[in-house]
Design a protein around this ligand. Structure first.
Ligand SMILES: NC(=O)c1ccc[n+]([C@@H]2O[C@H](COP(=O)([O-])OP(=O)(O)OC[C@H]3O[C@@H](n4cnc5c(N)ncnc54)[C@H](O)[C@@H]3O)[C@@H](O)[C@H]2O)c1
Length: 461
């Protein structure tokens, strides 16, 4: 099939590449000239495991094309995917200007064709309920006739950065929102190669498909937030959230995933999607209380690690050097959008610290945002030199089994604040570290166990 993907970011590039891998002819469009040039030259602008193999093969075999020219892509394609940004507006609502703007451009292009061939416009961006209806209205205003000239489909994307290719190639489910049988049939044909093991393709109405995406993200964000609150309670009552997690996760009604306590969720999706859902509820006169709490608790949780370090040093980090391990919002990506590490770093800087940071993939994306406000190092141990403490913000695999002796030697003092519960508490005590993590007993060789008061750490030595 001839496909166009409009917007060649994390979702668009993975979508385009994976569809090409199944034999489709794909034209990816982006307004970013530099990105398109890079892609045509065979360079990937993002880090995403496994993407390079499929990308290079399909580029080489001529099934994957990149352009800045929307008309070229629209003219050549029967299905047009919109994988455009939907960032949060000032009031938290999803900014639909990219999606609706491109819909207008497509409407104008199709209306210039004599007797336009039928097109399916597929919304892959995460968009509020009612957007498919708005896209259809825009195309109708351009003089096109729904069903005869075009159909609009809502096809939310559930891929996770870091495992995006695997998720796209073997989705647990595909959701297709449309009232058109013809469009549903074409979409099923497109996705069948990805669900050969029997995972379902759900066809539903557009509004339900649009809400499904927000419901999924909001539910997952709530699950994480619940565990973070549970962790904070565990600290106060002397329980260990890791044990609690195992205790509840074995219940199939609860499930094992998304139960890890930490310093809050981030990334390009959860924060903005939860805010957008809150906004939708508000706009429809519904007080969606749990969602607002999730946002409030997550804001507090993202400040926790830095506040602990600042309290440890009696409120000021003047003259202190702090090492950071992990900048990306989660492992296996270079994406730093809404990363908790950035909340941590900003607070450390405000408290007067010098910061030295290491991340296996996200140094350049961070440098583009924070510039020279912090030092960047290209190996984890180098960040520790002369540092008064190490703060762990992302649980990259390579942080799990480091050389502790080397860490102790290079740190000015053996002090770790772990926002991702990467290490075993007892082993850290044995290794001579003062070690503070989330929702677990604190390990401090010659320090009486920590008590938590009002979310801050009080040490009694
Ligand atoms: N990133 C994820 O993990 C993920 C997962 C599921 C859904 N989503 C949703 O998918 C959508 C896209 O997310 P993303 O992370 O890929 O965004 P992104 O910012 O990585 O990519 C968007 C791309 O669109 C391009 N663009 C902007 N305006 C354009 C235009 N007029 N024409 C052509 N290209 C244009 C940008 O240059 C950019 O390359 C969002 O709605 C997001 O919520 C994202």
């Amino acid at each position: 099939m001839n496909l166009a993907i409009i917007g060649t970011g994390y979702v668009g590039l993975v979508t385009g590449t994976c569809f090409a891998e199944m034999g489709n002819d794909v034209i990816c469009v982006d307004i970013d000239d530099h990105k398109v040039e890079q892609l045509r030259d065979g360079q990937l602008p993002i880090y995403e495991p496994d993407l390079d193999v499929y990308f290079h093969r399909n580029l080489r075999e001529g099934r994957l094309h990149f352009t800045t020219e929307l008309p070229e892509a629209v003219a050549a394609s029967e299905v047009i995917f919109l994988a455009l940004p939907t960032p949060p507006g000032e009031d938290g609502s999803a900014d639909l200007s990219y999606v609706l703007g491109v819909a207008r451009e497509i409407g104008a292009l199709l209306s210039q064709e004599d007797d336009p061939a039928h097109r399916i416009i597929v919304n892959k961006s995460t968009v509020p309920v009612g957007t498919a209806r708005r896209v259809r209205a825009i195309l109708e205003e351009a003089g096109l006739e729904a069903e005869k000239d075009f159909d609009v489909v809502s096809n939310p994307e559930f891929l996770r950065e870091g495992v995006a290719v695997r998720d796209f190639m073997k989705p647990e489910r595909v959701v297709i929102g449309t009232s058109s049988e013809k469009a549903a049939e074409t979409m099923q044909l497109l996705y069948e190669p990805f669900v050969r093991q029997g995972n379902p393709i759900f066809v539903m109405d557009e509004a339900s498909a649009e809400v499904t995406k927000y419901a999924a993200n909001a539910f997952l964000a709530t699950k994480i937030t619940f565990m973070n609150e549970m962790a904070n309670l565990c600290e106060r009552v002397g329980a260990n959230v890791d044990q609690v997690r195992i205790g509840i996760g074995s219940d199939s009604r609860i499930g094992k995933h998304f139960l890890y306590a930490g310093i809050g969720f981030g990334g390009s999706c959860f924060p903005k999607d939860v805010k957008a859902l809150a906004h939708t509820a508000d706009a429809h006169g519904y007080d969606f209380q749990i969602i607002q709490s999730v946002l409030d608790v997550n804001d507090r949780q993202r400040r926790l690690l830095a506040d602990r370090a600042i309290d440890y040093f009696d409120g000021s980090l003047d003259g202190r050097r702090i090492a950071i391990w992990g900048l990306s919002f989660k492992p296996n990506t270079d994406d730093i959008r809404e990363a908790p590490s950035h909340v941590v770093i900003r607070r450390l800087l405000e408290a007067g610290a010098e910061v030295a940071a290491f991340d296996p993939e996200a140094i350049e994306t961070t440098r583009a945002v924070l510039g020279d406000a912090i030092d960047y190092v290209d190996d984890a141990y180098a960040a520790l030199d002369d540092a008064d403490a190490l703060l762990i913000c992302t649980e990259w695999h390579e942080f799990r089994r480091p050389n502790f002796e080397k860490m102790r030697d290079r740190l000015k003092r053996p002090l770790i604040f772990d926002g991702r519960n990467v290490f075993n508490v007892d082993r850290m005590t044995d290794a001579g570290f003062e070690y503070y993590s989330i929702g677990r007993p604190q390990s401090a060789p010659d320090v009486v166990p920590t008590t938590m008061v009002n979310g801050t750490t009080e040490r009694s030595v």
